[in-house]
Design a protein around this ligand. Structure first.
Ligand SMILES: *Cc1c(COP(=O)(O)O)cnc(C)c1O
Length: 219
């Protein structure tokens, strides 16, 4: 399964983030031994434990809602944070990154789904958000793109609509704020159930969990 997914993604030049949340170290090491280096986690405590126990050349991606008071625990080692959903959290990451003399890659999460419980910046607020970010010139962070999650539904048209929407928003933000910034190039979208559609809609990073590791017992 891993090999098939990887072959497909490589042919499209899309990066695989293996979402290992809730799964044991041994499961991560199985993919690590097949050269997978990017793993995604959504709980700070679980991630810190895995970071301490596992090889130090793993690139850890944080994909869950992040609380401000917990940024300090992951700032020393986190590679990329996909789930920036406020200016406050971005500023905190900047502060902690500077303390650790690091640059942390960040993606801004956009709320493209219909469900109320999903996090992210509302599409209509994106321009204001990036305007402030541009003025603040925060150090210690590098904004590399946008992240989104589609509505949890069987309606493929709805999912496709939302993914296309995120790609369009990416193009607008790129054009308005990152025209000359070559690092702003990522669209993190697509999970186990919808990653092929996400790739067709322009995803550059897919976050796949259950398809690689099996079903989770808890979220
Ligand atoms: C759990 C999770 C995934 C992976 O979900 P699967 O359906 O298991 O592939 C992707 N993105 C985020 C933000 C997640 O929390």
């Amino acid at each position: 399964m891993f090999e098939d997914i990887l072959a497909y993604l490589s042919s499209k030049q899309v990066q695989l983030i293996a979402v290992s949340k809730t799964h044991p170290d041994t499961a991560i090491m199985k993919l690590y031994q097949k050269n997978q280096r990017a793993f995604g986690e959504n709980k700070v405590q679980e991630l810190v434990g895995k970071y301490e126990r596992l090889p130090k050349n793993i690139n850890w991606h944080f994909i869950g809602h992040l609380q401000r008071n917990k940024v300090k625990y992951i700032a020393p080692f986190i590679d990329t944070i996909h789930s920036i959903d406020s200016l406050k959290i971005l500023k905190e990451i900047s502060k902690e990154a500077l303390k650790n003399q690091r640059v942390i890659k960040c993606l801004i999460q956009v709320k493209i789904a219909k469900e109320d419980e999903k996090f992210g910046i509302a599409p209509l607020e994106l321009t204001d958000f990036f305007q402030v970010v541009q003025n603040d010139k925060l150090e210690g962070i590098k904004i590399i793109g946008l992240m989104g999650m589609a509505t949890f539904t069987d309606d493929l048209d709805q999912i496709q609509y939302e993914f296309n929407w995120l790609q369009k928003l990416f193009a607008e933000v790129k054009n308005s704020f990152f025209k000359k910034d070559e690092d702003f190039k990522e669209i993190s979208m697509g999970m186990s159930g919808d990653y092929k559609m996400a790739v067709e809609c322009g995803s550059t990073m897919v976050r796949i969990g259950s398809l690689l590791f099996g079903e989770r017992n808890y979220q």
